[in-house]
Design a protein around this ligand. Structure first.
Ligand code: ZN
Length: 316
């Protein structure tokens, strides 16, 4: 029902790494954070194969973020069946892990180094509580809501066994077990459709400013169009083409990606003047032609027109 797209924050991290000087003091930290986000996303993607074994009538939602009164909560994977709801918290972890139920900690050991994290069991339990409350607010009859932690990396060694933590390959058999346990039909086809629409409509993307998140200055971001072949920034526009001085290649549409970066880093709203300064275009009429060809929606009169950079949600 809701496709798994590359999370917005991961897209923002990628845009930032393209446009922050490698010598910036925060570059290594941002790169580390990015690798973590990417591993998480790859882990989530890798469980999709096992989800394909589930019954076709089940509804699967990826990365849904809902509001339960005051608090937002996000679920990696939510599965709605006629008899129960199931939340999966996916973890892509290298090394071996030990979960201490008493302290609520997960200890990961990798290359002889120990590191502590919040137990994913606590995370999934919280999501379960939030989602149950959310269902109640939506006046949806009490359906059992179950949560599991799924290990997407087959080489993760789990040092404390717990029936709520399983390897991704065990998802299909776990569902057979749940289907036997929860047989009563709680949601008829019509209610399922209504619930599904409610979930999709209520989802709100977590659109935090990455510049604020890392406390960066706008002036620290590298402006200009990037060469799609050798990654050089900036390219110069000559005779309708973006020409790369370094590798000699030419591109017609390299500015589209630069504008997507602008949207990811700053705002979807952009003026002619901002386009000129970000893309390194000299004349306002040339910037106007570029914007017109992109068919971005806009508001305002010719002089103070604001364009809205269209989203590029096709990235997976
Ligand atoms: Zn180049």
């Amino acid at each position: 029902m809701k496709e798994r797209l590359k999370p917005l924050f991961l897209q923002k991290q990628e845009a930032l790494l393209r446009r922050l000087p490698k010598i910036h003091k925060l570059y290594p930290k941002i790169e580390r954070d990015y690798k973590k986000s990417l591993a998480g996303y790859n882990g989530e993607k890798s469980i999709d194969y096992f989800l394909s074994y589930l019954k076709e009538e089940y509804l699967i939602f990826h990365n849904v973020r809902l509001l339960d009164r005051k608090h937002y909560f996000q679920m990696d994977t939510l599965i709605i069946t006629p008899s129960f709801a199931c939340i999966l918290e996916v973890k892509n972890i290298a090394g071996s892990i030990y979960i201490n139920e008493e302290t609520g900690q997960m200890i990961r050991t990798l290359d002889g180094k120990e590191e502590g994290f919040l137990s994913p069991l606590i995370q999934v339990r919280r999501q379960q509580e939030h989602f149950s409350l959310w269902l109640k607010e939506q006046k949806i009859p009490n359906i059992p809501c179950i949560g599991f932690v799924v290990l997407s990396n087959p080489s993760t060694i789990l040092k404390s066994s717990n029936s709520l933590i399983l390897q991704a390959a065990r998802i299909p058999s776990k569902f057979l077990h749940l289907e036997n346990k929860y047989k009563e039909i709680k949601l008829k086809k019509q209610s399922i459709n209504r619930l599904s629409a409610r979930i999709t409509d209520s989802h709100t993307e977590n659109d935090v400013s990455i510049i604020e998140h890392y406390q960066l200055l706008k002036s620290e971001i590298i402006t200009g169009v990037q060469c799609p072949f050798c990654e050089t920034i900036p390219l110069m526009k000559t005779f309708g083409f973006w020409a790369c001085q370094k590798c000699g290649q030419k591109s017609k549409n390299a500015h589209t990606k630069a504008l997507t970066d602008y949207k990811l880093l700053f705002s979807e709203r952009i003026s002619n003047r901002e386009v000129r300064s970000f893309l390194h275009i000299k004349s306002s009429s040339s910037a106007k032609r570029v914007l017109q060809k992109l068919h971005y929606p806009f508001t305002g009169n010719t002089k103070d027109r604001i364009y809205y950079i269209k989203s590029n949600q096709s990235e997976k």
